[in-house]
Write a protein that binds this ligand. Structure first.
Ligand code: DNO
Length: 357
């Protein structure tokens, strides 16, 4: 098991890489190229430059999060093959630079979403919150303004500005596409990329939908154990895996996360885990992101780590979104302090379970 931390290059992160190096037990970062438009090939030289910068401070770049999937592929429209070719070439280039795991998602139009990026908690820290009724009343432009306006000068990952002008039109497009057709479009993409993953020894790790239910009438296909089973059966290779995100799946109270971890880790289909905690608030569809410690949220992190350990998990874990504490300013969810606390709490659980086993 390797503990890593997500980090964004090109001044898109408030945290110097050297600080991440100082977090005990952290071996590397999950990162990405920020300057390549969605759908274009990631050039080998740029990937190598990024890796060299990371390796120079004593960290590894074995995980990429994410190479985003062009909307044409998700829509299944003419032109998608060019973007799939580019995706495959990016995979080859990443593998050549030493990348072992590629996290991506198949959420239409937008990546994860929250209604408030800086809700003040009783202890004075701030955190991200999701309030369903508030969110669904926002128009796409209200949403993009609120995401952009309150993200401290950064945009949320997957919320690149270039997507904004098409958002309303894209949402309308999906209203006339059935969920089955959406699955077919994704299957077409998976059929193409899994053989390349084999050829270049890279593990694909799709991220579940966040939140794990439909918003704005969009298809959301990776939301629970059954849909993960279906996704993995699109191609039975264990290169076709999942990023098991406890916070995304845990937003649905119907999901038994330790059972999900045990099922898919023991099948060797989980190369990457995002471990974070959430707490439901006014209803089952409303939640805040809490500190990692079990007592702070609804998810029992001991049970999560135990499930990983007992299923012989051997991939990458990252502590996930943190609160903003100790006056830190930075990307919502991606400050250093709370994620460093989280990483060390999780490493402590792992060490204790290992020694007691
Ligand atoms: C949120 C992240 C996601 C994830 C993408 C993967 O914090 O987990 O943005 O990186 O969905 O493509």
């Amino acid at each position: 098991m390797k503990m890593i931390i997500r980090w964004f290059p090109d001044s898109a992160d408030s945290i110097p890489l050297e600080y991440i190096r100082q977090v005990p037990g952290v071996s590397g970062v999950a990162t990405c190229l920020m300057h390549i438009p969605v759908g274009e090939t990631w050039p080998l030289d740029d990937i190598n430059d990024l890796r060299d910068k990371i390796v120079a401070v004593g960290l590894e770049m074995e995980v990429i999060e994410s190479v985003n999937v062009h909307e044409s592929i998700k829509k299944g429209i003419p032109g998608r093959d060019r973007y799939i070719e580019n995706y495959m070439q990016s995979m080859r280039n990443l593998a050549q630079a030493g990348v072992k795991c590629l996290c991506y998602n198949v959420m239409p139009v937008m990546d994860w979403v929250r209604s408030n990026l800086a809700q003040v908690l009783a202890d004075g820290s701030t955190t991200m919150a999701y309030h369903h009724e508030t969110l669904i009343r926002l128009s796409p432009s209200d949403l993009t303004n609120s995401i952009h306006g309150s993200s401290g000068g950064f945009w949320l990952p997957g919320w690149e500005e270039e997507r904004f002008p098409q958002m309303e039109e894209d949402i309308r497009f999906y209203h006339s596409l059935s969920e089955e057709q959406y699955w077919e479009n994704i299957a077409y993409f998976i059929d193409a990329i899994v053989p390349v993953a084999h050829e270049c020894d890279i593990n694909l790790a799709v991220h579940p939908d966040d939140p794990p239910w439909s918003i704005f009438g969009l298809p959301k296909i990776i939301t629970d154990a059954q849909s993960i089973r279906r996704f993995l059966s699109l191609n039975d290779s264990n290169r076709n895996g999942i990023t098991l995100c406890t916070g995304s799946l845990g937003a649905s109270t119907k999901n038994d996360i330790p059972a999900i971890l045990r099922e898919f880790v023991s099948q060797q289909r989980v190369p990457f885990v995002h471990l974070r905690n959430i707490k439901h608030t006014s209803s089952d569809k409303d939640f805040i992101e809490t500190a990692h410690f079990s007592n702070c949220g609804d998810l029992d992190m001991f049970e999560m780590v135990l499930a990983l350990y007992e299923s012989n998990f051997d991939g990458y874990i990252r502590s996930d979104h943190g609160r903003m504490i100790w006056g830190e300013q930075g990307r919502p969810g991606y400050g250093l302090y709370d994620r460093a606390l989280g990483a060390n709490y999780l490493l402590g659980l792992w060490e204790a379970i290992k020694k007691l086993s």
